[in-house]
Design a protein around this ligand. Structure first.
Ligand code: FE
Length: 336
């Protein structure tokens, strides 16, 4: 007992006053879409979160530049393709958390524990209600059919969402058939790709094309916009869930990874586990117009109004593995 207190006293003397627990988070999510959740985490655990918010690719670049001296403990970013890039750049370390492995379905986390999906985004086909009947639609693959000539809007192939969509097709269909699909699909574009997902939806609403491929949360933000023109455009569009008789609609994740540079590993795991908790899942998904990654957590009313759907259950890591091949394939097809 005496010996223990001497040791304790000595270690306090050596280490100095105890530092408050903290965790450094690099986040590609906008501050207002994550900050209230981080405050809740601090309130609950006493762990302070130092938030660095930035653009996804810039944060990856920054982590590479900082290397092992980076103060970052956790990276929060969107798209499995980007999480894969962080792993490939050897920026991450594995987390072995029974809780995370338990509550996050296996297809939405890295099999080795390098990253964990925290919300789901779906990328279905959306159509102009006055020009397209849902019965005309079926699969992503069918959008290469000549009946869609000049009727398709989609953003550029430089965008990771499309790279991941094509990667999911490669995982399902193989190179030969996806290449001929892309060759036909590009011929059906109504215009050279320009702008983001929201711009494709606006173009379809304005009659420049009849169908668009876009992430659902963009349609959510258009419906919730203070701009009447955006709300009107959103009202002209409807969601079609493709590939329901096959592998399911393409989904992707936003997710978190613990960084190799982390010096606060316990707090890092605590934070990721908190973000996977039921309450956090509901808030985070709602706030971002996304789906909870965790089963049994209700989705927002607007998302629910677009119906339940079967999601492609390919492991998200495959989207990263097939990324380079997807980029080359789209390039050969002339998808700008
Ligand atoms: Fe986005």
């Amino acid at each position: 007992m005496l010996r223990r207190s001497i040791l304790l006293g000595l270690s306090l003397f050596v280490v100095g006053p105890l530092q408050a627990a903290e965790v450094n988070l690099y986040s590609a999510r906008q501050e207002n879409l994550i900050k209230p959740l981080l405050d809740q985490f601090t309130e609950k655990t006493g762990v302070k979160v130092n938030l660095v918010a930035g653009k996804a690719d810039a944060l990856l670049q920054r982590l590479q530049t900082e290397g092992r001296n980076s103060p970052a403990d956790v990276l929060l970013t969107v798209d499995a393709g980007r999480l894969h890039r962080a792993v490939a750049a050897e920026l991450t370390q594995t987390v072995d958390s029974e809780l995370l492995n338990d509550v996050i379905p296996s297809q939405y986390r890295d099999p080795d524990g390098h990253w964990f999906g925290l919300s789901l985004r779906a990328r279905p086909i959306m159509y102009a209600k006055d020009r397209v009947k849902p019965s005309e639609l079926s699969t992503y693959e069918d959008l290469a059919d000549a009946k869609w000539k000049g009727r398709v809007c989609i953003r550029s192939s430089g965008n990771i969402y499309n790279q991941s969509l094509v990667a999911s097709m490669l995982a399902a269909d193989g190179l030969g058939s996806v290449q001929s699909w892309a060759d036909g699909f590009v011929k059906n574009f109504a215009r050279p790709p320009a702008g983001g997902d929201r711009d494709q939806l606006k173009a379809a609403a304005a009659g420049q094309c009849d169908v668009a491929v876009a992430n659902t949360y963009y349609l959510v933000t258009m419906h919730q916009s203070s701009d009447e023109a955006q709300r009107e455009a959103a009202n002209q569009m409807a969601v079609f869930w493709p590939n329901q008789d096959g592998r399911g609609a393409h989904v992707n994740v936003s997710g978190a990874a613990m960084l190799k540079s982390s010096k606060n590993t316990d707090e890092a795991v605590q934070l990721i586990e908190f973000l996977a908790s039921e309450d956090a899942q509901r808030w985070y998904a709602d706030k971002n117009g996304e789906y909870p990654v965790r089963a049994g957590v209700p989705m927002s009313d607007l998302l629910a109004s677009w119906g339940e759907f079967k999601a492609d259950d390919v492991n998200m890591r495959e989207l990263g593995r097939f990324n380079a091949e997807a980029v080359r394939l789209m390039d050969r097809a002339g998808w700008r």
